[in-house]
Design a protein around this ligand. Structure first.
Ligand code: ACO
Length: 359
């Protein structure tokens, strides 16, 4: 079996910088509250009509492909992770395939929220390991600014999120398959990935509508419907009138579970490879909230230089946050060949995941 490695990485964030002060125009909040509770100082918002989740993914992908030293035509599979798809269906994977004029290759969309990129990476890793594909494009991209509640009612969520995209190209490390001899170190690449879920708390961090749930899962009503004999349950006028088309989050409940599962899944990855926290050169946690990342760092007794955070500048970009942070850290020279990198995520579902890789 081959091992897979990240052969190229890219990121794209929109030009439009939105500071905490800018949000005061729309809701009752303060820079102090947002920074103290989340760490976010500013985030980027995509152009309202000129940019989509897919177009941002395309920009990140172009950079990743170029850095991998391959052409568009070499990509043999696309995995696109997002919770902000351009269309309800089809997914962003096919829109990216079309926009980039790629061959008629497979395109898979992953909907695993904050863990989406790591789930996508893990799926790509399996395809590389079996030898099925040789150049997989893995993208995480989100255009949150389109669907958030920017009134005071939605402030606990809307201040946290930002738009952006990250992408990687996965290739086999085995030099005999695609790389010039001697280019890959023997233990280079993805050492292992670890995926988990627990749907008991699915509604704690969720966007219920539009959807087909028909108030089936909870005693409390998650949607109102119009007086119709047939249809009009997926999306109704009542849902719009009652502001039911926005994400929901029980912040303290998410915090509690996140600080339990992040360290657990990191330790699981280290144990699986006979490694210790002191072996980690850089931990890149999903940029959920700076307070969560700091709690995890403290719990694992990691030094400041072992953890990379950039939520301060970009907010929480869900499936894009890990590849954006990984790309930025790499561009800043914080990641060198041979370094042990740990990626970890926790989010809606709940789902959580980790990946250990030797750069
Ligand atoms: N500005 C000012 N006040 C606010 C804001 C805001 N943006 N948002 C909420 N408040 C107010 C609330 O109305 C409430 O006021 P009240 O006491 O008068 O009722 C007060 O602040 C406290 O509200 P809580 O929701 O209890 O706020 P909390 O202190 O828990 O902080 C936060 C909210 C930051 C979301 C916190 O719960 C948290 O860190 N949760 C972790 C979840 C998280 O970070 N999710 C990120 C996305 S999910 C993911 O990526 C995994």
């Amino acid at each position: 079996m081959h091992r897979s490695k990240i052969a190229g990485i890219g990121m794209y964030v929109p030009k439009n910088v939105v500071t905490n002060y800018d949000l005061l125009k729309y809701m009752d909040t303060s820079d102090e509250w947002i920074q103290e509770r989340t760490g976010v100082k500013e985030r980027r918002y995509a152009d309202r009509t000129g940019e989509t989740t897919t177009t941002m993914g395309v920009e990140a992908a172009k950079v990743a492909i170029e850095r991998a030293g391959i052409t568009l035509q070499d990509i043999d599979f696309i995995i696109f992770a997002t919770i902000c798809p351009d269309y309800y269906f089809p997914g962003c994977g096919v829109l990216l395939q079309r926009a980039m004029k790629m061959k008629e290759i497979g395109a898979l969309d992953v909907r695993n929220q904050c863990s989406g990129f790591l789930y996508a990476l893990s799926v790509g890793d399996q395809f590389i390991k079996t030898g099925m594909y040789k150049n997989i494009l893995v993208v995480g991209s989100e255009k949150h600014s389109f669907g958030l509640d920017f009134s005071t009612r939605g402030r606990n969520i809307s201040v946290i999120f930002g738009d952006g995209a990250g992408a990687v190209v996965l290739q086999p490390t085995d030099p005999s398959t695609s790389l010039p001899a001697g280019q890959a170190a023997p233990d280079q690449g993805i050492l292992s990935t670890h995926l988990h879920s627990d749907g008991v708390s699915a509604e704690i961090l969720a966007m219920y509508n539009p959807g087909t749930h028909a108030n089936h899962w909870k005693e409390e009503k998650l949607a109102d419907f119009d007086e119709a004999e047939i249809g009009e349950m997926f999306m109704s006028h009542a849902m719009i009138d009652k502001a039911q088309l926005f994400p929901n989050m029980d912040g303290p409940a998410v915090f509690k579970k996140a600080v339990e599962k992040f360290p657990e899944v990191i330790i699981e990855a280290l144990n699986a490879n006979g490694l210790k926290t002191s072996d980690i050169k850089l931990l890149i946690p999903h940029q959920a909230n700076l307070r969560i990342a700091q709690f995890v760092q403290h719990k694992l007794k990691l030094r400041d230089d072992q953890v990379y955070n950039n939520i301060q500048k970009f907010g929480n970009t869900t499936a894009a946050s890990i590849p954006i942070a990984l790309c930025e850290a790499w561009e800043l020279g914080k990641i060198k060949e041979g370094d042990l990198i740990c990626l970890a995520a926790f989010g809606s579902g709940f789902t959580w995941a980790s990946a250990l890789l030797r750069w």
